[in-house]
Design a protein around this ligand. Structure first.
Ligand code: UDX
Length: 445
């Protein structure tokens, strides 16, 4: 089938490459000329395991092309995917400017029936606005050609996006027209493993499903983080509590890891956007507000622990940071806990020496050259002569260090672990003070 994808960002590229991989003819359109030139020269502007190989393979096979030309894009695909960015506005609502601009662009140019597929994460009601924008653009041109707008939210995890797309848990298709549902079913047929993964529902239900999934996961994390603070206050061990509750199949073991807060491009933005949608629809979403507030506070938790340990004397100290990305296997630092921590450390007059397997470049892009940030090439270089080691991202290569070496290299042998990677008895047996999440007795809030 012929597919056009507007937006060659993270979601657009993964969608384009995976749809090409199963035999479709895909064109990705982007307004950014440099990005399209890079893609046409074989480069990939983002880091995602397996994506570069998949793009290269499908370009070579002639199934995947990149262009800046919307005429070519609209002429090509029966399916016109909208996968452009929806950056949050000041008030937390998603900014639909780019989505509606694409809708207008398709409306102006189309000469035959098209299925418009909303892939970007967009608030409930967006499909109607896309349809309106298209109808307005068509009337301006004096033509009226049939189209349908479908909501088809993505559920991709950074670092595992290709696998998530190729072997999905579910494919949500929101449409009020059964015929369009069948077209999407056919497009997604190759991704049904063992049984049908396509769930067809009303447009608004599909739009809400995406937010509901992310808000539920964020709620699980904030709940566990809140509980970890209670565990500290009462002298319990959150890791035992986690195992204890996870064994109940109704609760489950997944996504109940306490830590130094969730980040990334989805959870923070989607929780705020859903809360905003609820408010504007006349409902005060108090639970979502709390999820957000708990996460904000949790991102400051490591700093509070560090400050308390050093009795406020952080001026001139150097902190080794392991991990900058918001989670392992990505270089993405959007809303990463490392950022809030570094900013607090800098404000207190401390220096940061950080190691991340892939995100150093991104940190340099965000913060530029500054005398209180040093980015090093390996994890042991970070700790040499530092006053403490702080673990922010749970990269697997951090899981089994030599604690004796760490002790020898640090000025003061103390590890602040925002991801509970180690067994406390093992660390303390090596003569290193270990401060983690939800496992210290009676720690004040
Ligand atoms: C998420 C959803 O998982 C995905 O389905 C959706 O499409 C987009 O948002 P992503 O943002 O890539 O994906 O990362 P995810 O692996 O879900 O982690 C999000 C954040 O939560 C990370 O900062 C992670 O460290 C944190 N987290 C996750 C916890 O603190 N505890 C957990 O138990 C799980």
């Amino acid at each position: 089938m012929d597919v056009t994808i507007f937006g060659s960002g993270y979601v657009g590229l993964v969608t384009g490459a995976c749809l090409a991989e199963v035999g479709n003819q895909v064109i990705c359109i982007d307004v950014d000329e440099d990005k399209v030139a890079m893609l046409n020269a074989g480069g990939v502007p983002i880091f995602e395991p397996g994506l570069d190989d998949l793009i290269a393979k499908n370009r070579q096979a002639g199934r995947l092309r990149f262009s800046t030309d919307p005429d070519e894009g609209v002429a090509h695909g029966l399916f016109q995917f909208i996968a452009v960015g929806t950056p949050p506005d000041e008030d937390g609502s998603a900014d639909l400017r780019h989505v509606l601009a694409v809708a207008k662009s398709i409306g102006e140019r189309m000469t035959g029936y098209r299925v418009i597929v909303d892939k970007s994460t967009v608030p409930v009601g967006t499909a109607d606005r896309v349809a309106e924008a298209m109808r307005a653009a068509q009337s301006e041109r004096g033509h009226h050609i049939d189209f349908d707008v479908v909501s088809n939210p993505e559920f991709l995890k950074e670092g595992a996006a290709i696998e998530d797309f190729m072997r999905p848990d579910r494919i949500i298709v929101g449409t009020d027209n059964p015929r369009t549902g069948e077209l999407l079913r056919a497009l997604y047929g190759p991704f049904n493993r063992n049984h049908d993964r396509v769930m067809v529902m009303g447009v608004r239900s599909a739009e809400l499903t995406k937010y509901a999934a992310n808000a539920m996961l964020a709620t699980k994390i904030s709940f566990m983080n809140e509980l970890s603070n209670i565990a500290e206050a009462v002298g319990a061990d959150i890791e035992m509590v986690r195992v204890g509750i996870g064994s109940d199949p109704r609760i489950g073991y997944q996504f109940i890891y306490p830590g130094c807060g969730y980040g990334g491009s989805c959870f923070p933005k989607d929780v705020r956007a859903l809360e905003h949608t609820a408010t504007t629809s006349g409902y005060k979403a108090e639970l979502l507000q709390a999820v957000e507030a708990v996460n904000h506070r949790q991102k400051e938790r490591l700093f509070s622990k560090i400050e308390r340990h050093f009795e406020g004397a952080l001026q001139g100290k150097t902190f080794a940071l392991w991990g900058l990305a918001f989670k392992p296997n990505t270089d993405d630092m959007r809303e990463a806990s490392s950022r809030r921590l570094m900013e607090q450390l800098w404000a207190a007059g401390a220096r940061v020496r950080a190691f991340d397997p892939v995100a150093a470049e991104e940190a340099r892009r965000i913060y530029g050259e500054r005398s209180d940030l040093e980015l090093v090439e390996n994890r042991m270089d970070a700790i040499e002569g530092a006053d403490a080691l702080v673990i922010v991202t749970e990269w697997s290569e951090f899981r089994s260090p030599n604690f004796a070496d760490i002790k020898a290299q640090l000025n003061t042998p103390v590890i602040f672990d925002g991801r509970n990677l180690f067994d406390p008895t093992q660390v303390t047996a090596a003569g290193v003070t270990y401060v983690s999440i939800g496992r210290e007795p009676a720690c004040p809030a």
